[in-house]
Ligand binder design. Structure first.
Ligand code: PMP
Length: 390
């Protein structure tokens, strides 16, 4: 059976292929974007499941059809936790990935233009490809998008949406400065461009000052996507969309058409953890541990690989973007796999057919233990030495 035209244009996830190859027993993987399962709130989850098992009749409503917006006790809690402003509302989704999809389905037609920073989050590129929308790439600079390039794209009047990850970007780890945030907000308002602010890594900050959301400066034209995949557990598949009532209402209608509502038992488990567990302490612990892992990989790269490339220090998130001086990133990634190390070559983070001069590797530091991160850096250095000797 022939698939639909837009499905044919869907980029295959090269990362999934690398992750498959990385399942070999002796392979160390810096390739995925996996949180460390050591910090999953399993005790709180087990207690919540026990509550359901102990009194199934009281909890029967968790297994009934429910409202599209989400499980009300969770929503009530998140209104405060996410500081949802007056006139704004919340919609629970299957991860922030569904938030991207719902925003695109609700606000873009086939052929419409969406701007995004490149390199870009692969999952968003896939949503845009499937929706048949046109991508306008904006180069990313150390403090955020190239504002001049963004202004030019906005001035064409054809761009309807700007998809962004301002806090600890995937794949680069870039965090926008305050100046960039206010200027992007100003430009979005001036040109009537919808800002889709994807913030799954926002709470994972190791140091530096917490900056406002870009949307705080343009909330009338902004949609914010939160996720509990990095801060709780990705298998729960839970995220939240926050937007003004007028922007959110059509997204609710679309969500209803797509899947009626998000799994209620999962939302109950998250609510129990957030309400009864000590979320603040949980995040502090997670950040402390990811910080230590980041410092370990950062130091090991400085020690072993400095002559072959460089990376900018990051203040949070889960990724280091290692830019190679000369060697070809795709070749390096291939040879790494043969030597028991999985890394992602930077080219996969560009829209299909988009020319780019970036020669970099995305390195994840959240998943492996510190000793494994050090070993991974040593394996990478060995591959870089081997290739540069050729
Ligand atoms: N946005 C970005 C920038 C991501 O990196 C990811 C996950 N890797 C997602 C969205 C999707 O996250 P979720 O598990 O919440 O759907």
């Amino acid at each position: 059976m022939k698939t639909a035209r837009l499905v044919e244009s869907l980029p295959t996830s090269y990362i999934r292929e690398i992750l498959q190859a990385a399942t070999a027993a002796d392979c160390l993987s810096l390739a995925g974007g996996l949180p460390d399962p050591k910090y999953f709130p399993l005790d709180a989850t087990a207690e919540a499941l026990q509550l359901v098992a102990d009194s199934p009749s009281v909890h029967g409503h968790l297994f009934q059809y429910a409202s599209t917006r989400g499980y009300q006790p969770l929503i009530d809690h998140l209104q405060t936790q996410l500081s949802v402003g007056a006139g704004h509302e919340l919609l629970m989704t299957n991860g922030s990935q569904q938030g991207i999809d719902l925003a695109v389905r609700t606000y873009l037609n086939q052929g419409d233009e969406v701007a995004l920073e490149v390199p870009a989050y692969l999952g968003a590129l896939q949503v845009f490809a499937l929706a048949g929308v046109r991508v306008r790439p904006i180069p990313q600079l150390p403090n955020g998008p190239d504002l001049e390039a963004l202004r030019k794209v906005f001035e064409t009047g054809r761009c309807k949406m700007f998809y962004t990850v301002p806090d600890f970007h995937n794949p680069t780890g870039c965090c926008w400065s305050l100046e960039v945030r206010t200027e992007v907000a100003r430009l979005c308002r001036k040109h009537g461009v919808l800002l889709l602010e994807d913030a799954p890594y926002r709470d994972i900050r190791f140091h530096g000052e917490n900056l406002p959301l870009v949307s705080d400066f343009c909330s009338d034209v902004a949609i914010v996507l939160s996720s509990f995949s990095k801060t709780a557990m990705p298998g729960l598949r839970l995220g939240a969309v926050v937007a003004g009532k007028k922007l959110l209402a059509p997204m609710l209608r679309v969500k209803q058409a797509v899947d009626l509502h998000t799994n209620t038992l999962g939302q109950f488990l998250l609510a129990e953890f957030l309400v009864k567990g000590n979320y603040v302490a949980h995040i502090a612990n997670l950040c402390r541990n990811y910080h230590a892992k980041y410092e370990a990989l950062h130091a090991a790269l400085e020690l072993h690989t400095a002559e072959f490339g460089f990376h900018r220090p990051v203040q949070g998130g889960m990724f280091i973007w290692f830019v190679l001086h000369e060697l070809d990133a795709t070749l390096v990634a291939q040879r790494c796999l043969e030597r028991g190390l999985a890394v992602v070559p930077g080219g996969v983070f560009f829209p299909a057919g988009e020319k780019h001069s970036i020669n970099a590797l995305r390195l994840n530091f959240s998943y492996l233990a510190i000793s494994q991160l050090e070993e991974a850096a040593a394996r990478l250095a060995a591959v870089l030495r081997e290739l540069s000797a050729c």
